[in-house]
Design a protein around this ligand. Structure first.
Ligand SMILES: Cc1ncc(COP(=O)(O)O)c(C=O)c1O
Length: 455
């Protein structure tokens, strides 16, 4: 494997590997020749600052020395199937429960985000004896059949016709709402009243759970209006519905607190997690459940399981990752550098092509528009996938990459979510590259090439 050069890797990738969410003939991935901290280098030695932590998971940065050291000892620990008690599984579950909101009691381990949501669906149905599941438009919960059915955007369509009883409701997205609310509180009232109606129309006695990304990530870092999540919690309490927060992207420090729910004044019944728990160094996810859910399974069979639930290697890496967050004060650091990111993002609003900026901690999106007054998006909704990538957003992402700023986009939002270890200076340098790219972009495309405008 070591002896393969970059051109051979690329050629064999093209020949043998199926890549997600892409027409295979359009796939032309870079290779990573080396990486360190917030940086990686490609096969031609171009240096990039990784401003999306790969897929928003590499919180502790590339090649963290403590994790590299841990991997050297991994083989020494005997592998054990889920039926065994292991030190790493017990220790990681304890650390997660202690880090989570105070009502959380136990953890069920999975291998990733979608599997975690699938298991939360099953548990909610078992605990409540109800079958309907509410989730939101403009959400992403994963690509398996269950999580795919939760998902509220075009990546759901391949699992349709879907599972009966999966209902969607609107995510507050004030920048693009048809109503111009005078205040966040009024927006909250509007969305909660609509949700309450929908619960009543669907029959609350059949609704097991409401799934929510507290801050939807892939769909553009949509910060909820004041009081909204607390209001959803109150509706769940009123109707005996479980509230499940998907923190696969936001968990473990991304937003400047351990979990995104820590920014608000409520506690969910379950939290699903993945990515940051190991910083992606090993595939691991899980469902954290409150005491009510945990107690239910004292006397009822938990009718689910996975060969790799609590896998020895992954939970060991999870323990080390959580130690790193603590030892390096990474979550407080993310909150602090996040304040600088906020300043830099606000400055971007002076550009004609920047419609909106949204941020919390080191989790942000820049929404690009063709026209600031009409808010015409840079890419029409639902055209992200399937079409050949020739649109303005692809041009922008390519320009960013040419300038050494690596990230990805979804619809009209560019995601900015660097490793939590980023320094203020590195962040400023990266944002200088972002501004330089916006200048080039507006000069090259927005105002000179009218044909691109019409694409
Ligand atoms: C909020 C959220 N939930 C679930 C998932 C799915 O996780 P995975 O790809 O590990 O299955 C993702 C992936 O990006 C996510 O952002």
């Amino acid at each position: 494997m070591k002896s393969m050069d970059a051109s051979q890797i690329k050629q064999e990738n093209q020949q043998y590997v199926l890549h997600s969410w892409s027409k295979q003939k359009n796939v032309n991935p870079k290779t990573i020749s080396k990486a360190e901290g917030v940086f990686f280098w490609d096969e031609t030695d171009n240096k990039y600052i990784d401003m999306c932590s790969q897929l928003v998971y590499l919180n502790v940065g590339h090649q963290h020395p403590k994790l590299l050291e841990e991997f050297k000892h991994i083989g020494e620990i005997p592998l054990a199937a889920p039926g065994f008690a292991t030190a790493s599984k017990a220790a990681l579950a304890r650390k997660i429960v202690k880090a989570a909101p105070s009502n959380m009691a136990k953890v069920f381990f999975t291998s990733g985000g979608a599997e975690s949501n699938d298991h939360a669906i099953k548990m909610a149905r078992m605990v409540t004896g109800r079958y309907k599941i509410f989730s939101r438009y403009r959400s992403y919960h994963g690509a398996t059949f269950g999580a795919g059915n939760l998902t509220g955007e075009s990546r759901r369509f391949e699992v349709e016709p879907g599972i009966p009883g999966f209902i969607k409701f609107d995510t507050p997205y004030l920048y693009r709402e048809v109503v111009d609310f005078p205040s966040e509180e009024e927006a909250t009232q509007f969305y909660l009243a609509r949700l309450k109606n929908q619960l009543l129309y669907e029959g609350p006695q059949s609704i097991a759970a409401i799934f929510i990304e507290p801050i939807p990530g892939s769909n553009g870092v949509l910060i909820p209006p004041k009081g909204y999540l607390e209001g959803v919690r109150a509706l769940c309490d009123e109707f005996g519905i479980l509230m499940i927060c998907d923190e696969v992207m936001t968990g473990f420090g991304r937003t400047g607190k351990m979990f995104a729910v820590d920014h608000f004044n409520f506690e969910p019944d379950m939290i699903t997690f993945a990515k940051g728990v190991t910083s992606g160094y090993a595939p691991l996810g899980g469902v954290i459940v409150n005491d009510k859910v945990a107690n239910y399974f004292d006397d009822h069979v938990l009718m689910t399981g996975l060969t790799y639930s609590g896998h020895t290697v992954c939970t060991q890496i999870g323990c080390t990752t959580l130690d790193i967050y603590q030892e390096e004060n990474l979550i407080e650091h993310a909150a602090k550098v996040g304040e600088q990111l906020a300043k830099r993002l606000e400055q971007l609003l002076s550009f004609n092509s920047v419609g909106d900026v949204r941020y919390i901690g080191l989790f942000a999106a820049v929404e690009l528009v063709k026209d600031k007054t009409t808010k015409q998006p840079i890419i029409e909704y639902g055209t992200d996938y399937g079409k050949d990538k020739v649109g303005l957003m692809s041009k922008f992402i390519s320009l960013l990459s040419e300038n050494g700023f690596y990230t990805y986009s979804h619809e009209s939002s560019v995601i900015i979510a660097p490793p939590l270890v980023i320094t203020e200076q590195q962040l400023n340098e990266a944002m200088d590259l972002f501004e330089k790219t916006l200048i080039q972009f507006e000069q090259q495309y927005l105002f000179t090439d009218q044909t691109l405008l019409t694409k």
